[in-house]
Structures are given as structure tokens and as C-alpha cells.
Design a protein around this ligand. Structure first.
Ligand SMILES: Nc1ncnc2c1ncn2[C@@H]1O[C@H](COP(=O)(O)OP(=O)(O)OP(=O)(O)O)[C@@H](O)[C@H]1O
Length: 338
């Protein structure tokens, strides 16, 4: 199957000046990332805060034009498309942001927010059709009965309901890909599962591919259980592959450390003092990344080569890894209770 989205050696280097006349520093939020997304799949993009996940999501949706590399949609270079093709790409790839309150205009009712894009893009012929479509969208995202929500303003809804409205707005344009950036991190824990299930059902029923961005491995594992996962560290993807495979047998020392940090719902294990397999807990800055492998100052298996040479992404099983020493890294196991 051909990928619907393909990134080839994509980088996003921001320039940041300290003060008005201060020196300019370069921040490599995303560096030399190659990634494919297939129609109808769920890809979880995980990593710690500041590793470049949101920037990568914005590149995929066309909100940021990468400073280097190429982005393809359905095989076509997005930045060589004509206007019609580019508009079709922008409609087909939608983003749902973490903060649904900020994403909705506080002065517009839910009906106004949802009807404006479909009317503007002529996906409906008139206001009667727009009304029917908005009701249908609200039903799809399980805000029922729809009439109860149409005239409400964003502040009159709960966090979970607002996020459902932004999901309804995203699907209103019949997208083929949705980038969901931490969509459940600002909603109540009790409602998170329902939101994840909604995304999984939209993925199935509408064959929409999802890129689920998160720092939380457990929600990533839940939503992408039959999909793939890409793990980011300081602007780079360090390991990617089938979720079940890479989570049961993580090969990159960074992914092993992330998994060791996940709480285990077993009181005996929870009581154990688990030591993170890391040399240092300090995360280097993206403005001044370490030479060689970016993970080397924290990696317990790093050697001279890791300090000097940046590892390439190589094929491993059904996925890829960027680590010089993956063959030497011991097999990771869940801590065992005695
Ligand atoms: N417009 C910008 N100008 C300068 N630096 C930026 C810009 N956007 C992001 N960055 C920097 O790029 C790096 C990656 O940011 P990004 O928001 O993509 O990370 P993230 O993994 O999504 O983090 P979080 O989960 O905290 O949102 C950070 O160091 C951030 O400060």
C-alpha cells in the first residue's frame, strides 16, 4: 500500500533571537525525520515534552512549512502542488489540538463554528443542508440530542464536549488524515477513554488515518493497539514499528527507559524502587543538542562512536531504529514482583 503522507528528511529549524540585538540561536525542533503514514492506520507519535511532536504534527498538516526536506500527500510533493491540489491536501489533513477551548471561537455558537467551514467550502448547498449536516456531525461525535448543543457557546460545554466539537469540525471536511495532538490531556481522566474510543471508531467507520501525538505511552498503546508507534527524542525519531512488537521488545535504550517509568498496576511492583536505565535524568536542550547520538549523554550503553557519529535509521524487524548499539542493548523486561 502506498503511504498517504510521507516525510522525507524533514527538518524544522527555528531561529530565536535573545533580546533585540542578541545573538540568534537555531532550534532544531524536528531534525531529518523520515516517516510514512498509511491510509486508515493509527500511528502514535510519542516522546517527552519539547521533543518536537507538535512541530511535526504541524508540518504534516501544512501549518508549518519545513525548512528542509519534503512532504508528500498521496505521492505528490505538497510544496509543488497547484492551488487546487494544495487546497485538497489542506482539507484532507486536519488537526485537533490539545486545547479545545482555545481552538473554538468563544463568541460563536457551536452551530456557527461547525456550519461556517462546510458552507465556505461549499460542502453543503444552503443553510438548511448545513443545519442537517451539523446535526449529523454532532450525532457522530456522540453529542446527542444535537439540538441541545447547537445554540451553546464553548464556555457552556465541558472539556470533553468541547473536544468532541473540535473533532466534529475536523471530520466535517471529510479528511483522510487527522493529527490529534494530545487530544485527551486536558480533559477529565474519566472521560479520556470515551474520547479515545471515539477516535478509534472514526478510524474504523470512516477509514480516517490518525496520528495520535502524546507523551503518555499507555494511551498510545490503547488507541494504536493494532497500529504503529514512532518514538521521538530531541527532534528525531529513534525507534518506530508495530506497537505490540516495539512495546513488548523495545530495542532503543530511550524507549526502554520510557517504559520503565510507566507505572505498573501491581502493588508489589509499584512498591519496588525501580531504577531508570539512564546515566542522567537531565534532558539536553534542542538549541544545543549533544554531538553524535543525541541520546548519548544519558545512555548507559553509549561508547565513543555514539559520542561522535549520529546514528542512521536502519530497518529492524517490521520497524526502524536509530542506535549504533541496538544489538548489544540487553532485552528489556517488565519488572517482576518477588
Ligand atoms: N515557533 C517556534 N519558535 C521557536 N522555537 C519553537 C517554536 N515552536 C516550538 N519551538 C521549540 O521547539 C521545540 C519542540 O517544540 P514542540 O512544541 O514541537 O514539542 P512537543 O514535543 O510538542 O512538546 P509539548 O508536548 O510540550 O508540546 C521546543 O524546544 C520548543 O521550544
Amino acid at each position: 500500500m502506498n503511504p498517504i503522507i510521507e516525510l522525507k528528511n524533514v527538518s524544522m529549524i527555528f531561529e530565536k533571537r535573545s533580546g533585540i540585538f542578541g545573538p540568534v540561536s537555531h532550534i532544531g525542533a524536528v531534525v531529518d525525520v523520515s516517516l510514512e503514514v498509511y491510509p486508515g492506520e493509527i500511528l502514535a507519535l510519542v516522546g517527552e515534552s519539547g521533543c518536537g511532536k507538535t512541530t511535526l504534527g504541524k508540518i504534516v498538516t501544512g501549518l508549518y512549512k519545513p525548512t528542509h526536506g519534503q512532504l508528500f500527500f498521496e505521492g505528490k510533493d505538497v510544496y509543488k502542488m497547484n492551488k487546487e491540489e494544495f487546497d485538497n491536501y489542506r482539507n484532507s489533513v486536519q488537526m485537533v489540538q490539545q486545547d479545545a477551548f482555545a481552538a473554538l471561537n468563544p463568541a460563536r455558537t457551536i452551530y456557527q463554528s461547525l456550519s461556517a467551514p462546510i458552507l465556505q467550502k461549499k460542502l453543503v448547498k444552503n443553510t438548511k443542508e448545513a443545519y442537517e449536516r451539523v446535526c449529523e456531525l454532532l450525532k457522530i461525535v456522540e453529542l446527542t440530542p444535537p439540538e441541545q448543543f447547537l445554540e451553546k457557546y464553548p464556555h457552556q460545554l465541558s472539556g470533553g464536549q468541547r473536544q468532541r466539537v473540535t473533532m466534529a469540525r475536523a471530520i466535517s471536511l471529510n479528511p483522510k488524515v487527522i493529527v490529534a495532538d494530545e487530544p485527551v490531556s486536558m480533559i477529565d481522566v474519566s472521560l479520556r477513554l470515551a474520547m479515545l474510543n471515539l477516535m478509534a471508531s472514526l478510524n474504523k467507520s470512516m477509514n480516517i488515518a490518525f496520528i495520535y501525538i502524546t507523551h503518555d505511552l499507555s494511551t498510545a498503546r490503547y488507541i494504536a493497539q493494532n497500529g504503529r508507534m514512532a518514538v521521538m527524542y530531541l527532534g528525531k525519531i529513534v525507534e518506530q514499528g508495530n506497537v505490540q512488537e516495539i512495546l513488548s521488545n523495545p530495542r532503543h535504550p530511550y524507549l526502554q527507559a520510557l517504559l520503565t517509568a510507566v507505572p505498573v498496576p501491581n502493588p508489589k511492583i509499584a512498591k519496588m524502587k525501580r531504577k531508570l536505565p539512564l546515566k542522567s535524568l537531565e534532558m539536553p536542550s534542542v538549541a544545543n543538542p549533544p554531538k553524535g547520538c543525541r541520546f548519548n549523554p544519558r545512555c548507559p550503553y553509549a561508547d565513543k562512536k555514539c559520542e561522535e557519529v549520529e546514528p542512521e535509521m536502519v530497518k529492524l524487524g517490521s520497524g526502524f531504529i536509530a542506535c549504533h548499539n541496538y544489538e548489544k542493548v540487553p532485552k528489556w523486561e517488565l519488572p517482576k514482583a518477588n
